[in-house]
Ligand binder design. Structure first.
Ligand code: ATP
Ligand code: MG
Length: 695
């Protein structure tokens, strides 16, 4: 009799779960698993759930969980997946669940897994295993330092910003494309600087190597290069009997080359994804990876599609299908749902972003009254700063919320300061960390920090050399305590996580001096210590945190926050793979979705359309698309910040309107203008403008 967990699946899901797994165990022995499998299927059809079942099924059939590599889009997704696998397999195995004791040790993001493998293979590939990892901000800071050193920051015409430089560099690496091509295709306005950029990137790479730091891109790049070596590739690939990847449509070329190098013949390889949800091409992800997957192998990979959507009600799914149905590209999946409902998704017209914030708060509270917890509701938006007015309103009304995809906990200055201290103690060649720290001391500015760093750069024992580094007289009093703390942290120290307390004790007086709101910040640091308790070592803690900063809802955040009810605010990008009973999408207007910046080419425009599709398909029972007639843009162009009048998004043209319930808010203002002018309407709707003036 098949296990209960198999019976809950539909036939296609079950086929995917059982692919290559014989009834009484894995086909052949576990070192010779089944051929490659691709599950390509629409939103909410159970791809992630099927993947979790497949892993559980493999384990139940005898696969060693420590030899299963599972790669997901975020650490949160990996943790959730691990929990599900353990639950499903644990139930099926009953008393034998001890097999799972070690758990799925290799579940995580590409970057986290890469960091771990690189540390253990460091000696083989000429890397110092003590490397520290730079997050995007650190990377931009280092890029900036090099930019200054080369004198590019003082050019006559404005040289590209550090963020742009990093974006260009990152794209070259991730797309494995030459600089000229990347400039031509994605950054044409920087093409004049080709030679300077080449020198800058050469300097940046040198600086990283001299300082023993890796940035995010290096983790993939080094990993890809390591496994491209036939012997190392075979050895590392040999660590895993099964490699499974979720959200494969958003991998880039490097990631695909890693996957293929681990399993060149595709045996034991399973990838799942949805080409209609590809939304990361701005980070060089390419949907070709998933489309070309089957033909990469001989014989080609097995392909399964899932067409039943279990997530959304029929009216929501129909509207989402209609939006993606207008895409230039045809997606072959035909999604259907059996979840009947009379409620169509809503298009809510209102005056401006202030009204939008009030509307959402009102609706959210109403739904909570009706029994829908805040956690079952989410507000999604195209760009992080779009939620500003709403955050203000939520705070004013005392409604707890957490935000994904925007400023993370770890981006705050004080948390970064403390982490820099740990990082610098681990790797005193990490100049970005040292530079940041030294300037916390009164009297130390950029120039003296540079001098001190130069002084220790070539020393045999850099931390010890720090004591004799040249420092301005004003810093003299604080310097010994600084050095002593670093030496204590650099040595065997008090052990983890006790040493974090030592770091905090040094930092707190500086925190008090620098920040007026020190009390709030101290609470953050206390939370950081609590999070730290969940990690086995300082190195593990720093690596994981840098790669995928926790948000308040991750399980490490401590029980206090987990018990609380809160509303989720998230960028659409960060909402990938998730679902809520009720979903609000902000600013569904031209200029936001599609973004002003996303209408340059038809490829960009299509990606914006898929983004709206991703947002709509997060909803289970209720979906509100909000259409303010006026919104505020942070524009980097010459016009600067301004209010603009917008029309409803062009992705919902007139012929789709019947799929929505159109309402105006507040209700008194109802009328045909409620959902904004149709896209065919004149560019400037003077009438709407006049009406808005009197509201
Ligand atoms: P996305 O494309 O958004 O990542 P997905 O294809 O990964 O979606 P899941 O998140 O795995 O879809 O599943 C969507 C919802 O459908 C979940 O709530 C899941 O529990 C439910 N579901 C999936 N398969 C079944 C099934 N056979 N029976 C009942 N519910 C199911
Ligand atoms: Mg999924």
């Amino acid at each position: 009799m098949p296990a209960a967990y198999l019976e809950a699946l539909n036939p296609e899901q079950r086929q995917a779960v059982e692919h290559g797994v014989a009834e009484h165990g894995i086909a052949g022995d576990s070192a010779d698993p089944a051929g490659p499998l691709l599950v390509i299927a629409g939103a909410g059809s159970g791809k992630t759930s099927t993947l979790a079942h497949r892993v559980a099924h493999l384990v139940v059939a005898g696969a060693d969980p420590r030899r299963i590599l599972l790669m997901t889009f975020s650490r949160r997704a990996a943790a959730e997946m691990t929990r599900r696998v353990e639950r499903i397999a644990g139930q099926a195995l009953g008393g034998k669940a001890g097999i799972l004791a070690g758990g799925l040790t290799w579940a995580g993001t590409f970057h986290a897994i890469g960091a771990r493998l690189l540390r253990s293979y460091a000696a083989e590939i000429g890397l110092d295993p003590g490397f520290t990892i730079h997050d995007r901000e650190d990377s931009a800071d280092l890029m900036n330092l090099v930019r200054h050193e080369l004198g590019f920051s003082k050019t006559e015409r404005r040289f590209p910003t550090k963020a742009t430089c990093l974006a260009i560099y990152s794209r070259c690496v991730n797309a494995e494309a030459p600089l000229d091509a990347v400039l031509r295709e994605a950054f044409p306005w920087c093409a004049d600087w080709t030679e300077e950029l080449r020198r800058l990137f050469a300097g940046y790479v040198e600086a990283k190597q001299a300082q023993n730091v890796l940035d995010y891109d290096d983790l993939l790049l080094y990993w890809a290069q390591t496994v491209a070596d036939p012997a190392l590739g075979a050895e590392i690939g040999g660590l895993f009997d099964h490699v499974l990847v979720d959200e494969y449509q958003d991998t880039n070329r490097l990631q695909a080359s890693i996957v293929l190098a681990l399993k060149p013949d595709g045996r034991g390889l399973t990838v799942v994804g949805d080409d209609a949800q590809a939304i990361y091409s701005f980070r060089a992800a390419t949907v070709r990876n998933i489309l070309d997957f089957p033909g990469t192998f001989d014989p080609p990979a097995a392909v399964l599609t899932l067409e039943r959507n279990y997530r959304s009600t029929r009216p929501i799914l129909e509207a989402a299908n209609a939006v993606i149905g207008l895409a230039a590209e045809r997606f072959t999946k035909n999604l259907w749902s059996e979840r009947e409902s009379a409620a169509r998704p809503r298009l809510v017209g209102l005056a401006d972003e202030a009204a939008q914030a009030r509307y959402i708060v009102e609706r959210v509270l109403e739904q909570r009254e009706e029994g829908l917890a805040l956690k079952q509701q989410a507000v999604l938006f195209r760009t992080s700063h779009h939620s500003g007015p709403l955050e203000v309103e939520l705070t004013r009304r005392n409604i707890p919320f957490v935000k994904f995809g925007g400023l993370k906990f770890l981006d705050s200055a004080h948390v970064k300061d403390l982490l820099a201290l740990l990082r610098f103690a681990s790797n005193p060649l990490d100049r970005v960390a040292g530079f940041r720290l030294m300037q916390l001391l009164p009297g130390v500015g950029p120039a003296s920090a540079q001098r001190a760093l130069d002084h220790i750069a070539s020393a045999l024992d850099p931390l010890a050399a720090l004591a004799a580094a040249p420092v301005p007289p004003r810093a003299g009093a604080d310097w010994p305590a600084f050095v002593e703390t670093l030496l204590a942290l650099g040595g065997a120290g008090a052990g983890w996580p006790a040493e974090l307390e030592r770091a905090r004790l040094w930092y707190e007086p500086h925190l008090e001096r620098i920040h007026e709101d020190a009390a709030v910040r101290r609470a953050d640091l206390a939370q950081l210590e609590q999070i730290a308790g969940g990690y086995a070592s300082r190195e593990r803690f720093l690596t994981e945190l840098t790669l995928d900063p926790p948000d308040a809802t991750s399980d490490q955040a401590g029980p206090a926050l987990l018990d609380e009810d809160y509303l989720v605010l998230s960028t659409i990008h960060s909402a990938k793979g998730q679902e809520w009973k009720s979903v609000f999408v902000l600013n569904v207007v031209d200029g936001c979705i599609p973004s002003d910046l996303g209408v340059g080419s038809s490829a960009e425009l299509e990606e914006e359309r898929r983004l709206l599709y991703v947002a709509m398909t997060r909803a289970r029972d209720a979906l509100d698309l909000v259409v303010p007639q006026r919104f505020f843009t942070h524009n980097q162009s010459a016009q600067g910040d301004r209010h603009v009048y917008a029309g409803r998004t062009r992705f919902i043209p007139r012929e789709l309107l019947d799929l929505f319930e159109r309402t105006a808010w507040p209700p008194a203002a109802s009328g045909p203008i409620a959902v904004g002018p149709a896209p065919q309407a004149p560019r400037l709707d003077v009438g709407a403008r006049m009406r808005a003036m009197w509201r």
